[in-house]
Design a protein around this ligand. Structure first.
Ligand SMILES: [Zn+2]
Length: 320
C-alpha cells in the first residue's frame, strides 16, 4: 500500500498505543472524507466466492462492492474499484490495494475481470487489472470508458487500449470455470446503458453492479433510464430467481425484496413526477417538492434525490 495509507495506519496505531487520542483525531480530521485505516471488509459467501466491500457504513469514496471468485483456473473479479484517489494531496492507490486484498485470499493469478458498468468506482482500476487479465463487459462500457480517458485532464500514465474491456457482449455471456456457470445479462438500460447482472448460477448469487443499491440513494447516469430500470429489475429477478442472494454495487448484501424496494422507490417517484407534470409544474418545482423523506437520511441523501427527480422528469417529458 502507498505512503498515505501507511501514514494513516501509523498515526492510528500510535494514537491507540500511546493513548494519544488527539493525534488520531487530528490525523482523521486532516483527511476529508476520512480514509479508514482498513479500506475493505471481506465477506465469504462460499468457499470460492468472496465480496470485498468498502469498510464502514458509507465508504462510497472507497468504491463499490467487488466480487472475487477463486478457482484452480485463476481468479475472476467482478469490478475493480477506483484506479487511485488523491486526498488532500495524498495519493491512495486503490486498485493496487484491491489486488493486495485478493492476494490475501489466494495465490491464484487474476485472469478474468468483469466491469459491471463504466463508472470509475467500478471500472477505474482497469489500468492495473488489465495488465493481469482480460476485461469483459457489455459493449457500451468499452466506448464509454475510452471516451472518459479522452476527456481526462491529467495525462494518462497507462495505455488506454489496455485498460478497457477487450471482450464485449450484448444479450448474454457465460463463463464456465471453477465448476460454476457465471452468466452476464444485460436485460435493459438501468443505472447506465451498459449494466451487467452477474449470476453465479450454482452458488445462486447475483451481483447487480449499480443496478441495485441497497439502502443507498441510487445514482442515474445520463446514459441510463429510470423507466427501463424497472424492466431490468423484473427481468433480472426472473433470470436469477427469487431465492438468489442479491449483492448490490453499494450497500449491504440483500434479497429479492431489497431489490424490489428500489423498484418501489422508482415507481413512487415516477407517479409523483407524472402528477407534477400534469399539474404544470416545472422541473425545478418538481425537484423542490418531491422529497422522499424515507431516503433523505441514506447515503447520497436529499441532493441525490433531487437529481433522481430531475432525471425522471426529463425522461417522462420525453417519453410520457
Ligand atoms: Zn456506478
Amino acid at each position: 500500500m502507498r505512503n498515505a495509507l501507511r501514514a494513516v495506519w501509523i498515526m492510528c496505531v500510535l494514537g491507540v498505543l500511546g493513548g494519544l487520542l488527539h493525534h488520531r483525531a487530528v490525523a482523521q480530521q486532516a483527511l476529508t472524507p476520512p480514509m479508514p485505516p482498513n479500506l475493505f471488509t471481506v465477506h465469504k459467501l462460499t468457499d470460492k466466492l468472496f465480496i470485498i466491500a468498502p469498510y464502514g457504513p458509507d465508504m462510497s469514496q472507497v468504491g463499490g462492492n467487488i466480487g472475487v471468485f477463486v478457482t484452480d483456473e485463476g481468479v475472476l473479479v467482478v469490478d475493480d474499484n477506483y484506479y487511485r484517489q488523491v486526498r488532500n494531496g495524498q495519493t491512495v492507490e486503490l486498485a493496487e490495494a484491491v489486488v493486495a486484498e485478493i492476494g490475501k485470499l489466494t495465490k491464484q493469478p487474476i485472469r478474468f475481470i468483469i466491469n459491471t458498468h463504466h463508472h470509475s468506482d467500478h471500472a477505474g482500476g482497469n489500468p492495473v487489472f488489465g495488465k493481469l487479465g482480460t476485461i469483459y463487459a457489455q459493449k457500451n462500457v468499452r466506448d464509454r470508458i475510452l471516451a472518459g480517458y479522452k476527456t481526462q485532464k491529467e495525462p494518462l500514465d497507462f495505455d488506454p487500449l489496455k485498460a478497457v474491456p477487450t471482450v464485449t457482449y450484448d444479450g448474454e455471456l457465460i463463463f464456465h470455470i471453477g465448476g460454476e456457470e457465471i452468466h452476464l445479462y444485460h436485460p435493459a438500460r438501468a443505472h447506465t446503458d451498459g449494466d451487467s447482472l452477474v449470476h453465479f448460477k450454482n452458488a445462486n448469487i447475483a451481483l447487480w453492479g449499480d443496478a441495485f443499491a441497497n439502502n443507498w440513494v441510487p445514482v442515474i447516469d445520463g446514459s441510463g433510464s429510470t423507466l427501463e430500470w424497472l424492466q431490468f429489475i423484473d427481468r433480472g429477478i426472473q433470470l436469477v430467481g427469487e431465492n438468489a442472494m442479491m449483492v448490490p454495487g453499494h450497500g449491504a448484501i440483500g434479497r429479492a425484496a431489497d431489490v424490489r424496494r428500489l423498484r418501489l422507490y422508482f415507481t413512487n417517484m415516477q407517479d409523483a413526477v407524472r402528477k407534477a407534470i400534469a399539474a404544470g409544474k416545472t422541473r425545478e418545482q418538481a425537484m423542490d417538492e418531491i422529497l422522499v423523506p424515507a431516503y433523505a437520511g441514506l447515503p447520497g441523501g436529499a441532493p441525490r434525490i433531487r437529481q433522481n427527480v430531475a432525471a425522471v422528469y426529463d425522461e417522462l417529458k420525453a417519453r410520457p
